[in-house]
Design a protein. Sequence first.
Length: 262
Amino acid sequence: MTVDHKKNHLESVRSILSTLVYPLQYVVNLPLAATHWLSESVVTRQKLMDENTRLNEEHLKLNSRLQRFAILEEENKRLRELLESSVELRERVLVAELIEVELEPYRQQIVINKGLNQGAYDGQPIVDAGGIMGQIIHVGPFSSTVLLITDPTHALPVQINRNGLRAIAVGRGQNGVLSLQHLPTNADIREGDLIVSSGLGHRFPRGYPVGTISEIALIPGEPFAEVSVMPSAKLGSSREVLLVWPYEDQNKEVVKEEVVAN
């Protein structure tokens, strides 16, 4: 051992013995190595599963946030359109949201979240960014019921924007169109003509879009034409509407003149 320690004469013997013993060492160490490998595999798989779960949750959250952003973008767009239409109206207006919709064949109504507390009143006109939607028929403290212009019981004084020809637009119900009443067959009307409110009756603002003529039917022997009008307002998709006070300023002026006269 002393000679081997100083001269390394038994190095070759140790190498041979190490080679002979290695298989035994491998077999003895195999269970421990297998256990270690299996443990690492399980831990790695569990980490991958946890990370996959976390990434899926983050993906769902991001998708939900993205959809919310898209909804907010569309809502912002609708509100901008409403504000632009309110500028065109040049009247006092108030934005309201729909809280209920009732679109049956012979009953076309919606409920909005503004009422007496916000100054709403019976007969008040309701519009959206496209045109006239209807008028309030029942007002409560916090909500109001609106009769749409497509309701069969609703009539609206209108005129042809191109030539000023006056008529009455009556709702037809579920098909979402209006009819122009009592127009002679020889009246100067064309498909595509813009129909606007005439302002007669002092209920709806004058000159605001109602719809466009979509069809003109001339029935032999009948004195009047059947004229269909497609509404300008988005009656089936609007989420926000405008309450309009169209003649508030005129009423104030009348009151002032009466006070001065007295």
